[in-house]
Ligand binder design. Structure first.
Ligand code: THU
Length: 130
């Protein structure tokens, strides 16, 4: 699958975003090492802290389906800025995929690519408590 195809799956997932409070829909698509893709969107709540980001919905859906190994994640919003993962999502991603490639897209389809370990250097992981 190409980067653009993965981003286009994130764009489709964004259509299901429930974001009446921020009016900022986000979509994510995570590619597992076996090539399967799981998607997610942000799901907000009147108790704002109970909101879950698109990336975590995608990752948790994949983990719940038995996947533990990941290659790439695409994230998009309908905004004019690249949609970078929030700090909490970076931390949740590092648990399963410290070297995952992160494609951050924007509404016009342009995107930038990073490795998670450059977005979250010196991360706290299971190795930190050894
Ligand atoms: N959001 C995501 O879904 N992913 C991110 O990485 C950044 C923020 C959502 C959460 C909330 O529903 C909205 O964007 C505005 O913060």
């Amino acid at each position: 699958m190409t980067d653009r195809e993965l981003i286009s799956m994130a764009v489709s997932a964004m259509e299901n975003s429930y974001s009446p409070y921020s009016r900022f829909p986000v979509g994510a698509a995570i590619e597992c090492s076996d090539g399967t893709v799981f998607t997610g969107c942000n799901i907000e709540n009147a108790a704002l802290g109970s909101t879950v980001c698109a990336e975590r919905v995608a990752l948790f859906t994949a983990v719940a389906a038995g996947r533990r190994s990941f290659r790439r994640i695409a994230i998009t919003s309908n905004g004019s800025s690249y949609c970078y993962p929030c700090g909490a999502c970076r931390q949740v991603l590092v648990e399963f995929a410290p070297d995952i490639e992160v494609l951050c897209a924007r509404a016009d389809g342009r995107y930038v690519s990073y490795r998670l370990n450059s977005l979250l250097p010196l991360a706290f992981t299971s190795a930190s408590t050894d």
